[in-house]
Ligand binder design. Structure first.
Ligand code: PEP
Ligand code: MN
Length: 377
């Protein structure tokens, strides 16, 4: 499947001062002085292309600071006039859109909580009909790529062609070192569905702390993302929101200076030849691996038939334990990552069980059984 979005290249609507594209500014506009002094220091780095600030803050719990509101738009206007930086603001309803447009905001973004709600996204899309402004859409809070795509489609259908996505990670029930799990594979999937869609990474909301931001920023660039949105505050320790993850403008400058820019392609012929040769070797090994997996599954089927005819259960826990123990010990000797090996063996084992379950059910797979039941229901 390819995603059919009518979009203009990012370079046609953002003047990128310095590679990579950096959007920065405080999580929230708090006071005129805080916003202006931060904006001036960010502009002075010469590395920042867009000034961001939250004016209306979507808070998970009531009673927390919910944004300074419309007055902040006046401060942003002033910051733009004084620094020349175009501005970006989060909008979460039609009224925000109207106010931001009236205040001359240059770029709008839709936050993660809004992207998760098609009613909200549609309301914003309707408010944007006939307007020519860039819109960036953050991934939804939950790891559901359809919601992200749906939001991009709704905004694009409203006629917005200056469109981009922001990858800010996904909330997860499991405890993790990240505030929001990056789940890079979802951003990569979106890129694959629509290669011309610019994707900007937001390491601040992925990390939730300052320490991991350089690592995630570099990884995003290495995965060929088009830019970074990083929260910066003149004095993060007293920030009213997201204090732990904001960096000073000076720290931002240092962080950007340390990033390595790598090309997605190289024009060097020797490099291309060497890469092609190594890839050929990988392809050969992949072929052998798949061939061996196919042979393994053929044996699994035989075992399944044998178990069925002998009235023996599919799963013998001891046997699975033995496979895992032997496999991981071997993997260790081969210097393969243990976590990876376990996941791989689990996947192979799950497929073996799927195959044997089909054999126990007159050749029908679980998907077919579930589908047939659904059709009858
Ligand atoms: C933000 O950018 O300050 C913000 C609220 O982000 P998100 O929507 O990603 O949580
Ligand atoms: Mn924030």
């Amino acid at each position: 499947m390819k995603l059919n979005l009518n979009i203009q290249p990012l370079s046609s609507w953002i003047n990128v001062k310095n590679e990579p594209l950096i959007i920065s500014g405080p999580c929230s506009a708090e006071t005129e002085d805080q916003l202006l002094s931060t904006a001036h220091l960010l502009a002075a780095t010469g590395k920042v292309s867009v000034l961001r600030a939250g004016i209306w803050k979507p808070r998970t719990r009531p009673g927390e600071f919910e944004g300074i509101g419309s007055i902040g738009l006046e401060w942003l206007k002033k910051a733009k006039a004084e620094t020349g930086l175009p501005t970006a603001v989060e909008v979460a309803n039609a009224k925000h859109v109207e106010e931001a447009l009236a205040a001359g905001v240059d770029i709008l973004w839709i936050g993660a909580r809004s992207t998760a709600n098609p009613f909200t996204v549609q309301e914003i899309a309707d408010a944007l009909k006939g307007v020519d402004i860039p819109v960036l859409i953050k991934n939804p809070v939950n790891p559901d790529i359809s919601l992200w795509i749906g939001a991009l489609e709704r905004i694009n259908n409203a006629g917005i062609t200056k469109l981009g996505a922001i990858h800010r990670g996904f909330s997860s029930y499991e405890k993790s070192s990240f505030r929001n799990e990056p789940m890079w594979e979802l951003a990569i999937q979106l890129k694959t569905l629509c290669p011309e869609l610019p994707i900007i990474n937001d390491p601040s909301h992925i990390c939730g702390n300052r320490e991991l931001i350089p690592y995630i920023s570099q990884k995003a660039l290495d995965l060929d993302m088009q830019g970074l949105m990083i929260e910066s505050h003149i004095d993060p320790s007293v920030a009213w929101t997201d204090a732990k993850q904001q960096v000073t403008p000076a720290a931002l400058e240092e962080l950007i200076a340390k990033l390595s820019l790598r090309d997605p392609e190289s024009n060097n012929e020797a490099f291309a030849d060497k890469l092609a040769e190594l890839r050929k070797q990988i392809d050969k090994i992949d072929d052998v691996m798949l061939q061996k997996l196919s042979e393994r599954m053929a044996i699994v089927e035989k075992i399944g038939q044998y178990k069925r005819d002998s009235k023996v259960t599919i799963l013998q826990v001891n046997r699975w334990d033995e496979i895992l123990k032997k496999g991981t010990a071997f993997a260790k000797a081969l210097k393969l990552d243990l976590g990876f090996t376990e996941k791989f063996l689990e996947l192979v084992h799950a497929e073996s069980i799927r195959k044997q379950t089909a054999i126990m059910n007159e050749g029908k797979t679980e998907e077919e059984i579930v589908e047939a039941a659904a059709a009858k229901a």
